[in-house]
Structures are given as structure tokens and as C-alpha cells.
Design a protein around this ligand. Structure first.
Ligand code: GSH
Length: 207
């Protein structure tokens, strides 16, 4: 019986953690949370994660939430998989990138489902949804010109070293289409996603 259990829903930020677990070849169980039936708001699931969100990762020490925390946990627990830099600066750079995705891209993307709950305020709802593509473009333009600017450093977010940040970028880039943005507008992000799609661990995580 695996010690780790990942609570996830397909297409969500939990995919980044699935990719990390697959890359680490970490024994784990999966529990799919059914958003269609609002399972994330049931008392049973709120007992797992009081925030009513995925991902959540149950461990023998307790349950962790927040994607960047889960990613660094998997990287450090399965250190032999080399999914994070071991030096202080490199690790902080990876955390910087993951925090950027969580605090900007994720928020921009989440405006669409959150607006759907504002049925009693149709104008505010429409205004919020209209802004999603522009907000996503702003976030990805920064990723393209800042984090992926120097392709000569290597194919991954941190350069030569593949890390859990790559699975996170791949996951959020997968939201562009449904948010009304063509990934081709960001050629470095598009090339990164193509490289990611070829990794066996990513293919297992998406299966
Ligand atoms: N800050 C959290 C955000 C988690 C989050 O918002 N997850 C979304 C899926 S990507 C979710 O569970 N949404 C369900 C809901 O809001 O009802 C993280 O980084 O893990």
C-alpha cells in the first residue's frame, strides 16, 4: 500500500504533481475528485483539504496542499530523481518560478470558473471572463521574455536541469487554449510543451 495519496482532478494544477510523482517513480495512490458533482465541497473531502481544492497529498506525516509545496516535497523526498537543484540559489529560483505560476497564471485562469459562480451579477461576471485571455497573455509574455529568454542555457525552465517546475509550466500552458489564447503566440513555451509531451513520465501522468 503506497504511503502517498494524491487527490486530483484531470486538467487541473494537480497534474503538475502527478508528473512529479511519475518522474520520481514514487509509489502513490490516486484519488480522483469529481468536480462535476462538486465532490470538492463535500464534508468528506473538506476533511482532507479544508480549502475544497486539489491538489492535496496525504503523507504519513499529514496532508499537504498548495502546488508549489507539494512539488518541492516530492523533489526533496525522492532526491535521487534529481527533480530540483541542490544548491540554495537554484532551489530558490525554482521556488520563485513556481510561486510566480501559483500567484499569477493560476489566478488569471481561475477567474473563469470563479466568475461562473456570479450568476446573480451578470455584468461583473462577463467583465471578469472577458479579461481572462489578456491576463493569461500578460503572464505568459513575462515567462517567455524572462524565464525562457535564454534558450542557450538549456531546454528547461532552469536551463540544463530538468525540475518539477517544468511539469508545472507544462500544466498551466495546457490551459491557454480553453482560455482563448493560442500557445503559438509564445514560441518558447510551445517548444517547451512539445519537449515535455515526449517524456515518458508525462505520458504516464496524462494517461
Ligand atoms: N493555491 C492552490 C490553488 C488550488 C486550486 O485552486 N485548485 C483548483 C484546480 S486548478 C481547484 O481545486 N478548484 C476547485 C474549486 O475551486 O472548486 C494551489 O496552488 O494548489
Amino acid at each position: 500500500m503506497p504511503v502517498l495519496t494524491l487527490y486530483y482532478a484531470p486538467g487541473t494544477c494537480a497534474q503538475a504533481v502527478r508528473i512529479a510523482l511519475e518522474e520520481a517513480q514514487a509509489p502513490h495512490a490516486l484519488v480522483r475528485v469529481d468536480f462535476a458533482s462538486q465532490q470538492q465541497r463535500t464534508p468528506e473531502y473538506l476533511a482532507v483539504n479544508p480549502k475544497g481544492r486539489v491538489p492535496a497529498l496525504a503523507t504519513e506525516h499529514g496532508t499537504l496542499t498548495e502546488t508549489p509545496a507539494l512539488l518541492v516535497y516530492v523533489a526533496q523526498r525522492f532526491a535521487q530523481a534529481n527533480l530540483a537543484p541542490s544548491d540554495a540559489f537554484g532551489l530558490a529560483r525554482m521556488q520563485e518560478f513556481n510561486s510566480y505560476l501559483a500567484s499569477t497564471v493560476h489566478i488569471a485562469h481561475a477567474h473563469r470558473p470563479r466568475a461562473a459562480r456570479w450568476a446573480d451579477e451578470p455584468e461583473a461576471q462577463a467583465a471578469m471572463q472577458r479579461k481572462v485571455p489578456a491576463n493569461m497573455r500578460e503572464c505568459f509574455a513575462l515567462i517567455e521574455r524572462h524565464y525562457l529568454a535564454d534558450a542557450a542555457k538549456g531546454p528547461w525552465v532552469l536551463g540544463e536541469q530538468y525540475s518539477v517546475a517544468d511539469g508545472y509550466l507544462f500544466t498551466v500552458a495546457g490551459w491557454l487554449k480553453s482560455d482563448g489564447v493560442d500557445i503559438a503566440e509564445f514560441p518558447r513555451v510551445a517548444a517547451h510543451s512539445q519537449r515535455m509531451a515526449q517524456r515518458p513520465a508525462v505520458q504516464r501522468a496524462l494517461a
